[in-house]
Design a protein around this ligand. Sequence first.
Ligand code: ZN
Length: 243
Amino acid sequence: MRILIISDIHANLTAFETVLKDAEGEWDYVWCLGDVVGYGPDPNECVDLLRSLPHLCLAGNHDWAALGRLDVRTFNPDARFAVEWTQDTLTDENLAYLEALPTTFVIGSFTLTHGSPREPVWEYILEPIVAALNFPHFETPYCFVGHTHQPVIYQLVSDNGDTEALAPRYGARHNLGEYRQIINPGSVGQPRDSNPNAAYGILDTAEMYFEHRRIPYDIRRTQERMRSHGLPERLVTRLEHGW
Ligand code: ZN
């Protein structure tokens, strides 16, 4: 079975559609690691499109923010504005969909979560030491996470917790092999690794390989829709810089 692995769409329909077109015919099922909404101009369209696909989806912190589960007073003004706009825009049906998302899911050899196995909604795994601390918190050989918007593979290379970070090699097959791993496909709709192109991954569970992918999309189209909804300019411009 081939799985399209996506995360952090962040209501960016143009990026989401571009990823689906790029991966067309190459997958049987979708695993979405959360943050379907938040920041971008198309929350309903992105939830509708995801729901039209055979998929499972995890809850992210921005999905929770849209449900009013977080105290937005702790957000900076731009983020707060975007959260409130998203809350006002989402339909009741799509809010109910987000409401039902799990925070962790175990399927075969894989654990799926938005942030990290020990703090599914919140923790950012940005360094090997944080990945190392998370390996004892899941039982499967492999785990997929999103949340940081940075594609990477962490692998546990010794019994005493030594963990190394592998930079993504786009379009190349990474054989999963013997080491336990925490894999981040990167973000579809708001990359933060100084590369503005949409990121995603393909997992083949028969041949047991994972492939990071990157694809340019029409950023200006997304930016125009953000401006037409009055979303904060800082959130608009960051898309073209990938931060
Ligand atoms: Zn996110």
